[in-house]
Design a protein around this ligand. Structure first.
Ligand code: UDP
Ligand code: MG
Length: 313
């Protein structure tokens, strides 16, 4: 029997959530009466996550699992899950039950109405700090202003993708992945479905500020050249100011007004070199990413995979 729906879950140190998310998924999917599979992508967990996934796969043919050779990150786990999925459509969700499985029938219904991509939009976020909510809101609004791609505001990676979107997504080779932007870039018909995002069921978020910043950097650099343009404009502004200053200085000299030259000079030098450093840094952000892309390393390495029809005893 062909699989209609694959549910992909990246898991990293989620031993406390795997059994519960599995239970709730099975309840929902059996209720929806679609042939399904559940694909866990273990992103190099250091707890018992992989053991639990293996046990589930041993007892239930609808469960499959991949385990990475190390922690490659959420976005890579997402890519691996989509590569491995066999369903005609795929739902990707977090395993910490912040993305409620009960929303899947709604996503499916929208897909059946003809939408190729159905993404879940967070209307409220429980259990996340005001700082996280605020920075996320600001970031998505900034991103919207500086990109040409219409990246929907307040969406995570919880979404359903149909077969066309899936085939297109699998062709994207890039390393620095900002998945929600990439999916928006695909086009096709897309629609959002609102939901309230509950707090994490157990365990801790593995997105500390440092990772969030890097992720935000990937989002901006892979969808916008605006920072590079800002560098150019800064250069133009500073160059014109310095020219104006020089002219003024010349005129005052001609009018034989005596000025202490050194203080002004130091200020100008500091401003100009500051601008130069900032712009070089910006350039570096892009150059580093170009370097990572041209190395053409595989996105992830799989250490072990379990489950699926061919793994029958
Ligand atoms: N995750 C992953 N690799 C990582 C970090 C997280 O696969 O390096 C998974 C994690 O197990 C969860 C999902 O990605 O299923 C979202 O992570 P988390 O809940 O920590 O992020 P948040 O919801 O706080 O943004
Ligand atoms: Mg979470």
């Amino acid at each position: 029997m062909s699989v209609e729906l694959s549910v992909v879950l990246p898991v990293y140190n989620e031993e406390a959530n795997v059994p519960e998310v599995y239970r709730r998924l099975v309840a929902v999917l059996e209720g929806a009466a679609v042939p399904f599979e559940i694909v866990f992508v273990d992103d190099g967990s250091r707890d018992r996550t992989w053991t639990l996934v293996r046990e589930l796969a041993a007892n239930d043919r609808q469960v499959r699992g991949l385990s990475f050779s190390r922690n490659f990150g959420h976005q890579m786990a997402f890519a691996a899950g989509l590569d491995a999925a066999r369903g005609r459509c795929v739902v990707v969700m977090d395993a910490d039950l912040q993305d409620p499985p009960e929303l899947i029938p709604t996503l499916l219904a929208k897909h059946r109405e003809g939408y190729e991509v159905v993404y879940a939009v967070r209307t409220r976020r429980a259990g996340e700090s005001a700082f996280k909510r605020w920075t996320a809101a600001a970031f998505y609004r900034l991103l919207r202003r500086i990109t040409q791609v219409e990246i929907p505001v307040d969406t995570g990676d919880f979404r359903l993708m149909g077969s066309q979107a899936l085939a297109a997504f699998r062709k994207l080779p890039e390393r620095h992945r900002f998945t929600r932007g990439l999916v928006a870039w695909l086009g096709f018909s897309q629609i959002g479905v609102p939901y309230e995002r509950p707090a994490r069921q157990a365990g801790e978020s593995s997105y500390p500020l440092r990772k969030m910043l890097r992720f935000a950097g990937d989002g901006i650099t892979s969808f916008s050249h605006v920072p590079l343009q800002v560098a150019t404009w800064l250069g133009v502004v500073v160059a014109s100011l310095s020219t104006a200053y020089l002219l003024l200085f010349g005129i005052l000299r001609l009018a034989s007004v005596r000025l202490p030259a050194s203080t002004a000079l130091i200020a100008v030098v500091l401003v100009v070199s500051g601008v130069q450093l900032v712009t070089i840094g910006l350039l570096g952000q892009y150059v580093g990413r170009i370097y990572d892309e041209v190395k053409r390393r595989p996105l992830y390495l799989v250490r072990e995979s379990v489950g699926g029809p061919e793994a029958a005893p």
